[in-house]
Structures are given as structure tokens and as C-alpha cells.
Design a protein around this ligand. Structure first.
Ligand SMILES: *[C@@H]1O[C@H](CO)[C@@H](O)[C@H](O)[C@H]1NC(C)=O
Ligand SMILES: *[C@@H]1O[C@H](CO)[C@@H](O)[C@H](O)[C@H]1NC(C)=O
Length: 318
């Protein structure tokens, strides 16, 4: 006789509850009065443990942050000059910047007779100069702003305005000269906290590679107003002999350099870097002109590869 084994009863452990019931009793078991497998007092203990554990953790994090912020001043960088990665040699930059879709490009290319065409450059400069046109647009309403001069220097905490409105023809109203094919390009020295320029404020000891015209300009000032010698000089030239021929006369507005009274930059509220507008009065059209501009101070080293102390761009006017 075949023993018919009852598969159902055999596989079933009499002490095991069907799955649906075990889930329910896991959530709440009325026999032991345990919730999720733990009784109320067990939950209380583990809750207390985690409360203390995370409390201590949070306190440690808070102490770390507090200690970190003790070493930080929001207006002064911790690592300055030689100790910082930016170093002590400022870079020179130009505006307007070429189209953003080509970050490598340094070409200012436009058609002076086509408004649609040169508008990009005019708008780009207008946007760049917006901050300069409303000095004092800071939380303290510009109470520390001063109109400086070589004779009236700023006091500590004061910042000097950069009066770009008066730089005709390098103004928005005159389309920065682009509509007359005599464009303005603005130069700006990168800000380095606490950096003090060492001026070429002496007609002796000017470097050999300084352009003749700049040396003449310095001697002229030496004779007329020697206070103005405390300036970071700027020079722009055609890069190659052909470029020098095509570049035409250049004007520096308002002067051929960055006045010393804008330095050092100490992150005072409302500080804006000084600018020099380079006005190319009659550049040759229809040909690419390579331009190189340099900033001159004893502690500015020119390194074209690292874009330090000098800047290169090209002009192409159709
Ligand atoms: C020349 O510049 C240096 C700083 O580079 C400054 O200490 C010195 O007073 C300046 N000389 C004059 C005559 O202003
Ligand atoms: C520059 O000015 C100083 C004093 O003002 C004078 O002694 C010196 O001869 C001048 N240098 C030149 C080249 O004119």
C-alpha cells in the first residue's frame, strides 16, 4: 500500500505563521506588545542612544566649522601674494570679449558700416561698464567713494571712482567708436589682494624693451607733473613690423596707465579695477592686425604664454 504523504502538513512548520500574518505581527505584535520587533522600552533605549550619538556628532561638526571660520575674514583672503596660487604678477585682460562660443578666440572682427554687425561689441562693452556707471551701488550706498587725484589720495577703506562717462569717444553714446571703424578696447589689470605696484617713477632705469613713445611720455611727465609718475604704465603696439604699420595712431584714455592711487586692492566695498581705454584712431581696414599691450611696473613680469603682464588680441575691421 502506498502511503500517501500529506505534502501540505509536512512542509508546514506548525510554529510558523502564514506570511501575511507574520508581517502584521512584525509591525505590531499584540502578544509581546512589540512594535517593529521591539518593545517600547527597547525603542526608548535605542532612541536615546542615537539622540546622543548624533548630538555629539553635530557638536563636533559645529566645533570644526567654528574653528575654521575663526581663521577666515570675509574681506581678506587667507593666502595672499606669494602664498596664494594667483601669485604676485597680475594678468592683463581686454574687453570687449569675443563671442563666448569660442573661448580661445581673441579676435575683434566687425564691420564699421553695419550696425547689426558691430552691435555685439558695443553691447558687450556697455554691459561691462554698467557697474562703472553707477558707483555707490553697494549696501552702504557708496559712502566710502572718492574722486581721487594724484594730489588727493584715498584714505584707508575708501575707494576711487573710475569715471568712464567722460572718456569720449570711448563711450556708449559714441558707440565706442565702432561705427566709425575706430574702435576702443578697454584694458584691465587683474585684482590681486594687497599687491603694491613698484612704479617706474624715475626717468633713469627704465627697461630697454619699453617702447620709445612710452619713455618719452614718462620724461615729459617728469618735467611737468612728477606726481603722475606713480602710475602703472600701459603700452600697445603692433606685434610685427607689418602690424605696426597698419595699427595707426593710438590714444590712451584717460591716460597712459593705471594711476597708483587705485592700489593696493584691499577688497573695500565698491572697489572697481581702474581701466584704460585704447582708442585705435585710424587702423587699416580689411587686414588682420596683431596687437600686444603691456602693463609696466618693476614688479610686473611679462609672460605671454601665461598671459601675465601683457595681453594679445587681433583687430579685423571690414
Ligand atoms: C616711486 O615709487 C615707489 C614705489 O614703487 C615709492 O615708494 C616712491 O615714493 C615713488 N617715488 C616718488 C618720487 O613718488
Ligand atoms: C626728472 O625730474 C627730476 C626731479 O624733478 C630731475 O632731477 C631729473 O633730471 C628729471 N629727469 C629728466 C630725464 O628730465
Amino acid at each position: 500500500m502506498v502511503v500517501k504523504r500529506d505534502l501540505v502538513t509536512e512542509s508546514m512548520n506548525p510554529y510558523e505563521k502564514p506570511p501575511s500574518q507574520s508581517v502584521k505581527s512584525f509591525i505590531y505584535n499584540p502578544e509581546t506588545r512589540a512594535f517593529m520587533g521591539r518593545t517600547a522600552s527597547s525603542w526608548g533605549k535605542i532612541g536615546l542612544f542615537y539622540l546622543i550619538f548624533y548630538g555629539v556628532l553635530a557638536a563636533l561638526v559645529a566645533i570644526c566649522f567654528w574653528g575654521f571660520f575663526q581663521t577666515i575674514d570675509p574681506r581678506r583672503p587667507k593666502w595672499q601674494l606669494d602664498r596664494s596660487i594667483i601669485g604676485t604678477n597680475p594678468g592683463l585682460g581686454f574687453r570687449p570679449m569675443p563671442y563666448e562660443d569660442n573661448v580661445e578666440s581673441t579676435l575683434i572682427w566687425f564691420k564699421g558700416s553695419d550696425r547689426e554687425n558691430y552691435n555685439y561689441w558695443v553691447n558687450s562693452l556697455t554691459t561691462f561698464l554698467e557697474d562703472y556707471k553707477k558707483p555707490g551701488n553697494t549696501p552702504d550706498r557708496g559712502t566710502n567713494i572718492k574722486i581721487c587725484d594724484y594730489k588727493s589720495l584715498p584714505n584707508p577703506g575708501q575707494v576711487c571712482v573710475v569715471e568712464v562717462r567722460q572718456w569720449d569717444p570711448c563711450t556708449q553714446e559714441s558707440y565706442f567708436g565702432y561705427h566709425k571703424s575706430s574702435p576702443c578696447v578697454f584694458l584691465k589689470l587683474n585684482k590681486i589682494f594687497g599687491w603694491r605696484p613698484e612704479f617706474y617713477n624715475d626717468t633713469a632705469g627704465l627697461p630697454d624693451n619699453m617702447p620709445r613713445s612710452l619713455k618719452d611720455h614718462i620724461s615729459h611727465l617728469n618735467a611737468t607733473d612728477s606726481r603722475q609718475l606713480n602710475t602703472i604704465w600701459v603700452s600697445c603696439e603692433g606685434e610685427n613690423p607689418a602690424d605696426q604699420e597698419h595699427i595707426g595712431p593710438i590714444r590712451y584714455i584717460p591716460r597712459q596707465g593705471f594711476p597708483g592711487y587705485y592700489y593696493p586692492f584691499e577688497n573695500s566695498q565698491g572697489y572697481l579695477s581702474p581701466l584704460v581705454a585704447i582708442h585705435f584712431e585710424r587702423p587699416k581696414t580689411g587686414i588682420l592686425i596683431n596687437v600686444e599691450c603691456k602693463a609696466w611696473a618693476r614688479n610686473i613680469i611679462h609672460n605671454r604664454h601665461d598671459k601675465l603682464g601683457s595681453v594679445h588680441f587681433e583687430l579685423l575691421i571690414d
